[in-house]
Design a protein around this ligand. Structure first.
Ligand SMILES: Cc1ncc(COP(=O)(O)O)c(C=O)c1O
Length: 384
């Protein structure tokens, strides 16, 4: 018996080093010293002067923090305006903001499904939805990725009265789209609610960036609930749940991440409102992200994506890590996703496009990425 109750942490860390799965926090420079293709700042707005001014004005007016749960210390007009603006933009009756997209998913799922209900979740759903399922105490069935027939089978044979079906609209690791229209037909036919996470769809898909749900014609449907983060295209921080008025009211009464969590910080609210104003004004932004993503995919020799996410699968985690490190050494930041973020054998570079990438940036990307990928593929031996 060891006297150090945390000694096992060292053993686990050593095992992760051997498997190429050790994660490190790297310092980030305040001023950009490299070309960023790793972030989710899809519209390139985090440092936009109007977004920064929005954050500063909100801080001056409301203070640095929200001081408590909105149910305890009250809500600001800024929060309510953001909720109304997001609801109007995406085509829903109401919205409720949370401290993060993660908290929005935990709150929405656990409030809409509990003991005695069924959740059917796509195998590719984000970790926050996975955790929400675990917390909900509902019966959880994982459907294979984008498999409508599997969802139908589970719904058709359920004993539970209530059912909730979960999917991302744009899947974060692969950048592929959920078959939302078909999924909605199935959920409606079986009296289930469809909850769609638009984290990577908002600001990128749909007319003017209104999201894939809007693009599919599902905005405002009474049996559809949307969650989203404010930390990607909207360049701020926080999350939102969008749906019918009674969904909002139910979440205020019952969502634990609303009731027991400090309200979204005023700076994030002000920044998100400003980013949304820019998105409304510059309607070409979403198209530009998709065009840049197509260019990056061409350079990387992978299929044109339907979103801002360009996955370049290299297989082995060490190969992916070394490829990302080689890019970084030459001034190009790319994401490196390894298990458990992605399935075994699919470690990859996750490259994300931004609307503000210039022609000169694309030349740099080509000159760095092409040789790095040629080398990685020669040792990784994963077919494109
Ligand atoms: C699909 C998806 N949902 C939810 C989240 C969580 O959002 P947040 O970072 O705002 O907590 C993320 C990523 O961060 C995501 O990719």
């Amino acid at each position: 018996m060891t006297s150090d109750p945390l000694a096992w942490l060292d053993d686990r860390a050593a095992a992760r080093v051997t498997a190429g799965l050790r994660r490190r926090l790297r310092p980030r420079a305040a001023a950009a010293t490299s070309l960023d293709l790793a972030s989710n700042d899809y519209l390139g707005l985090t440092r936009h002067p109007e977004v920064i001014a929005g954050a500063i004005e909100a801080v001056h007016r409301w203070g640095a923090g929200s001081t408590g749960s909105r149910l305890v210390t009250g809500t600001t007009t800024e929060h309510e305006l953001l909720e109304a603006e997001l609801a109007e933009f995406t085509g829903f009756a109401a919205g409720l903001v949370f401290a993060s997209g993660y908290a929005a998913n935990l709150g929405a799922v656990t409030a809409l499904a509990g003991r005695g209900s069924l959740i059917v979740s796509d195998a590719g759903c984000h970790a926050s939805l996975v955790d929400a399922c675990r917390l909900s105490r509902a019966r959880v069935e994982i459907a294979p990725h984008r498999d409508i027939a599997a969802v139908r089978r589970v719904l058709a044979t359920r004993g539970e009265e209530r059912a909730l079906v979960l999917t991302d609209s744009v899947f974060s690791a692969d950048g592929d789209l959920a078959p939302l229209a078909e999924l909605h037909r199935v959920t409606r036919a079986h009296g289930a609610v469809l909850l769609i996470d638009e984290a990577h769809g908002l600001g990128v898909r749909g007319t003017g960036g209104r999201g894939l749900v809007h693009e599919t014609g599902l905005a405002g449907e009474p049996d559809v609930v949307v969650t989203a983060t404010l930390s990607k295209a909207l360049a701020a921080q926080g999350g939102v749940v969008l749906g019918a008025e009674r969904v909002r009211a139910h979440l205020i009464d019952t969502a634990r991440t609303m009731i027991f969590d400090t309200g979204l910080a005023p700076a994030a609210v002000g920044a998100a409102r400003a980013a949304l104003r820019i998105l409304r004004r510059d309607r070409g932004l979403p198209r530009r992200v998709l065009d840049r993503a197509a260019e990056i995919a061409r350079i990387a020799g992978v299929p044109t994506p339907d979103s801002a996410v360009v996955p370049v699968i290299l297989g082995d985690p060490r190969v992916a890590y070394e490829a990302a490190a080689a890019c970084r050494a030459q001034g190009l930041e790319v994401g490196c996703f390894r298990p458990p973020s992605v399935p075994e054998g699919t470690s990859r570079l996750r490259i994300t496009a931004r609307a503000d990438l210039s022609a000169a940036d694309l030349t740099v990307i080509d000159s760095v990425l092409t040789p790095v990928l040629a080398r990685a593929r020669s040792i990784g031996a994963v077919p494109v």
